[in-house]
Design a binder for this molecule. Structure first.
Ligand SMILES: [Zn+2]
Length: 471
């Protein structure tokens, strides 16, 4: 598939284009950072939906390649099938990846190759693989379980456990048995042994799809928003789901794993951004995007932000470090290496795509797919303008188009939105990864290390009758 030459190439130099783009992004994020409704991650839908097993695998692999919390290790991955040297997973991370880490990612794939070849105990290999994943993602997992050490969350967990004793669940032995492990969350800490964490992830995998309704009744009975500690149980469960998704593909599509290797896309350097002496930045945007009086809009912004508008905007522009997101690195890699373009035009991601990435990918000629977007606009998003030749022109045009859209949006919102009181909207942007639904329900193998007693077999799907009876 060839991408088309743009019909009209922008005349603005790339540096100027980047500057305008970033300034517009900063202003829009200060007005409202969430630019649309978050979409549901495909793997967070019900297990009976038709999400592709390869997409689930890619999301799972991206999840485990994101080894730390925060933005630096956010990952995206594509699959190149049918090459002369086997399957290649093309991996990009927001910032660079060490050779040692790359070898550890490859070790996970090597285990999957062994599983694909058969002849080994699946339960033993699953346990071994999960141990590798936990050790690989220790930093991130520790940041997830830290919440269970916080006093406020400990009190909330204890309150939820007390609600178990009301008798409401007396005829639901399965849930009582599962919820009986809730107090053990309090003892999780960054020093918790790998084996204990694996058992906890297996337990946590049942939270969303088997017991979420029950959990709501004991943990947040008067609200529709789950408290953070519940979301962190879901996050723990995702690692179990990721393991199952990867093993599932290795056992059903062995051809993809014999052999398979991971190759890195080298990220472009981050870039510092500042106003660099520009004294009228905010006013210039207002002039460009609206027909209203600059002073009127500026004073309305001051009321909207409850701060001097110009000072607030200047402060937001200070000392920013821009990053080319992992999804953009992959899109640009394939634009520059068209012969490697995957047959399956899907990017697995370790978290939902941001507003700019999803807009770029949706407008891109290749029409890339990805699981979901959280629709949040990140002002540190760097336009991917590092390519050369005709590819550079194509990217310039794409960024120019998106920038036109940003300016139209700014114009509309400056003239209308500032009259409406600002609302606070919470969007979780760190909870993509594979769904708990992946293969937890109705899976084809158990995940039981021979010794541990607390690892149960496959959780069963809760029936509608059970749901009704306990409501
Ligand atoms: Zn992004």
């Amino acid at each position: 598939m060839a991408i088309q030459e743009p019909s009209t190439a922008p005349k603005v130099p790339p540096e100027e284009s980047t500057k305008r783009f970033v300034l517009n992004s900063i202003l829009l994020s200060l007005i409202e950072p969430v630019r649309g409704e978050p979409t549901v991650y495909s793997l967070d839908r019900h297990p009976h939906d038709n999400a592709s097993p390869i997409a689930k695998f890619l999301d799972s692999f991206a999840l485990i390649c994101s080894t730390k919390s925060g933005k630096d290790t956010v990952s995206a991955v594509c699959i190149e099938q049918g090459g002369p040297t086997g399957t290649i997973l093309r991996l990009a991370r927001n910032t660079s990846t060490s050779e040692e880490l790359l070898l550890r990612f490859q070790a996970v794939l090597d285990d999957l190759t062994l599983i694909a070849k058969g002849g080994c105990s699946l339960d033993d290999k699953a346990w071994e693989l999960m141990s590798k994943i936990v050790e690989l993602d220790r930093f991130k997992i520790d940041s997830i379980i830290e919440i269970f050490q916080k006093k406020r969350d400990q009190e909330l967990i204890q309150a939820a456990v007390q609600r178990l004793e009301t008798g409401e669940f007396s005829n639901n032995g399965d849930f009582l048995e599962w919820a009986g492990h809730l107090p053990s969350l309090l003892s999780l800490s960054p020093g918790t042994e790998t084996a204990e964490l694996i058992k906890k992830m297996h337990w946590a995998a049942q939270a969303r799809w088997v017991y979420s309704a029950h959990l709501q009744r004991i943990a947040f009975p008067e609200s529709t928003t789950a408290p953070a500690w519940i979301n962190n149980i879901y996050k723990l469960g995702r690692y179990h789901a990721a393991l199952l998704a990867m093993i599932k593909l290795a056992t059903t599509r062995a051809d993809l794993f014999i052999p398979i290797r991971v190759e890195l896309v080298e990220p472009p350097p981050q870039a510092k951004f500042s106003l660099n002496g520009e004294s009228e930045a905010l006013r210039n945007i207002i002039r460009k995007c609206t027909k209203a009086e600059v002073e009127d809009i500026e004073s309305q912004l001051s009321v909207y932000w409850l701060k001097d508008a110009d000072a607030h905007f200047r402060k937001a522009c200070k000392a920013r470090v821009l990053t080319v997101h992992a999804e953009m690195q992959l899109a640009c890699f394939y634009d520059n290496n068209m012969e490697l373009t995957p047959r399956f035009l899907f990017m697995g991601t370790s978290k939902k795509a941001c507003f700019h990435c999803s807009t770029f990918l949706c407008r891109h000629e290749r029409r890339w797919s990805f699981s979901a977007t959280h629709s949040k606009l990140y002002p540190n998003w760097m336009p991917p303008l590092f390519s050369t030749g005709s590819v550079r022109q194509i990217h310039l045009k794409l960024i120019w188009d998106i920038n036109q859209y940003l300016e139209k949006t700014i114009g509309r919102e400056l003239e209308t939105k500032l009259r409406i009181p600002r609302s606070k909207k919470v969007v979780f942007d760190s909870t993509a990864g594979p769904s708990l639904t992946t293969f937890v329900l109705g899976g084809e193998f158990t995940f039981i290390k021979p010794q541990p007693q607390t690892l149960t077999s496959e959780p069963k799907r809760i029936t509608e009758e059970e749901d009704d009876s306990s409501s």
